[in-house]
Design a protein around this ligand. Structure first.
Ligand code: HEM
Length: 486
């Protein structure tokens, strides 16, 4: 017999958790069933909205160990001296499916990392691909609608996907990756990660460099064909990660950076802030800076993984954004999503709370409580709730101008208005990727494309063939032939 007494949520011991109180053995229930009412009411509220994208995922804790001093590039406290170790929480996900969809969809995989640093949380909210389908955030809702279920049938609709892509050549590079043999990772452990965007570092002297983050899987890459994926259990990737960590087979990634100076960016042939493009490694080689390891599963999936709130705006002194238009859109979108999905005080939930003091003048809101790490009231103490105030001597929080980022110059003769990116070259890098593939990979790519494109109308097919041909004539020819052959 357990010595732990069952209680209701006010802490009072519960006498009976099997029988409701009723008027006689065969009689109706009575109004003093407040414990039953509490139980049913709480049950009704167990769900929060699922993420509008990346709904299906799994997370784990671990550490990032720096292997190279980066103090010449950044003042970020966790990137100063080789050997420094920082706790992380990582969540992997698919993008388009709902919470109960398959782990093995042909879909990019999210690779979101929260670094709990001593100067706040830095979130690298990336994917398993170095580029994305878009380079303007205004297209994001349209793109996602086209990839999700059809509004009438609530079924996947490949024709909608290709209708979007036919109208958006900026997607061609990422779509070529998605349709390639790399489009379905065999597990979350066996895929690379990318910050994808261009972020920035700045150092003590106020010098800024542009930075791209890469994570190379130490487990190697493994992928599935459509046929193999269909045979997998829908929760397989989640189970694989949990089991590996539980048995001490900790997955890890080698962390690398590409670095570009502000001057190099001005003169580089490719727009370094265009998320549809990579920075060729021959021009900007990968520099190894550390190891990321996952070594602890969550105790409670909902409390930790489901309530995890990652945001590209979670930046820290020494790490900043860039003029990348997509990144700018994301700086706004995520915190807004968290307020809707988790609530305004999402940052006081343990998985999201910084492991350093959180001294804000923000107050109140639903579930205002204690900061789980400092043990101080995070939102409702008796301390001053306005700034400036006369209580500096008593420890009231003040801004620290030494952490302000260097001013960012505008990169062109900047006129405020709509600036079309239609004239960008969206074909060369897609063609280069096609030409890196061997014969078997090219055949897989074409078969995967034609599987969906054959369901679209002839106008969509013609525009897609034109895009493939502009990337590489052989790419276009192969898709055309495969469509004709049925
Ligand atoms: C303007 C473009 C984008 C918008 C507006 C956008 C918006 C969102 C939103 C609203 C969520 C759900 C957040 C939540 O409820 O917690 C989300 C999740 C996510 N997004 Fe984006 N997204 C964009 C582009 C991207 C790109 C380019 C990447 C990767 C390079 C990315 C990676 C992720 C990841 C990994 C998650 C899941 C985070 C987690 O595990 O909780 N997104 N996105």
């Amino acid at each position: 017999m357990s010595k732990t007494r069952l209680t209701s949520s006010n802490g009072a011991p519960v006498a009976d958790d099997n029988n409701s109180i009723s008027a006689g053995a065969r009689g109706p229930l009575t109004f003093d069933n407040h414990y039953l009412f509490e139980k049913l009411a709480h049950f009704n509220r167990e769900r929060i909205p699922e993420r509008v994208v990346h709904a299906r995922g799994t997370g784990a804790y671990g550490s990032f160990t720096l292997s190279k001093n980066l103090d010449h590039l950044t003042i970020a406290k966790f990137l100063q001296e080789s050997g420094q170790k920082t706790e992380v929480f990582v969540r992997f996900s698919t993008v388009g499916g709902g919470q109960d969809s398959s782990d093995y969809a042909r879909d990019p995989r999210g690779f979101a990392i929260k670094f709990y640093t001593e100067e706040g949380n830095f979130d690298l909210v990336g994917n398993n691909t170095p580029v994305f389908f878009l380079n303007d955030p205004i297209k994001f809702p349209d793109f996602i609608h086209s990839q999700k279920k059809d509004p009438r049938t609530n079924l996947p609709n490949p024709s909608n996907m290709f209708e979007f892509w036919a109208n958006h050549p900026q997607s061609l590079h990422q779509m070529t990756i998605l349709m390639s043999d790399r489009g379905i990772p065999a597990s979350y452990r066996q895929m690379h990660g990318f910050g994808s965007h261009t972020l920035s570092f700045w150092n003590q002297a106020g010098e800024r460099v542009w930075v791209k983050w890469h994570l190379k899987s130490n487990q190697g890459i493994a992928t599935l064909t459509n046929e193999e994926a269909e045979k997998m259990p829908s929760h397989g990737a989640q189970a694989d990660l949990i089991e590996a960590i539980d048995k001490g087979d900790f997955p890890s990634w080698t962390v690398k950076l590409q670095v570009m100076t502000e001057k190099e960016a001005l003169n580089y042939a490719i727009n370094p802030f265009d998320l549809t493009k990579i920075w060729p490694h021959k021009d900007f080689p990968l520099i190894e800076v550390g190891q990321l390891e996952l070594n602890r599963n969550v105790d409670n999936y909902f409390a930790e993984t489901e309530q995890a709130a990652f945001a590209p705006s979670n930046l820290i002194p020494g790490i900043g954004a860039s003029p990348d238009k997509m990144l700018q859109g994301r700086l706004i979108a995520y915190q807004d999503a968290h307020r809707h999905r988790v609530g305004t005080n999402f940052n006081s939930i343990p998985v999201n709370a910084p492991r350093c003091p959180m001294n804000t003048y923000q107050r109140d809101g639903a579930f205002a409580g204690m900061c789980p790490y400092s043990g101080k009231p995070s939102f409702q103490g008796s301390e001053a709730n306005f700034y400036p105030n006369d209580r500096g001597e008593q420890g009231a929080a003040v801004p620290d101008s030494s952490v302000s980022a260097p001013a960012m110059p505008l990169l062109e003769d900047a006129w405020v208005g709509y600036h079309s990116q239609e004239q960008e070259d969206y074909y060369t890098q897609a063609g280069d990727l096609f030409n890196l593939m061997d014969e078997v990979q090219k055949q897989q790519l074409v078969a995967n494309i034609v599987g969906g494109l054959s369901q679209a109308n002839s106008s969509i097919q013609a525009r897609m063939i034109e895009q493939f041909s502009l990337a590489d004539r052989d790419y276009g020819k192969r898709v055309k032939r495969a469509l004709e052959d049925g």
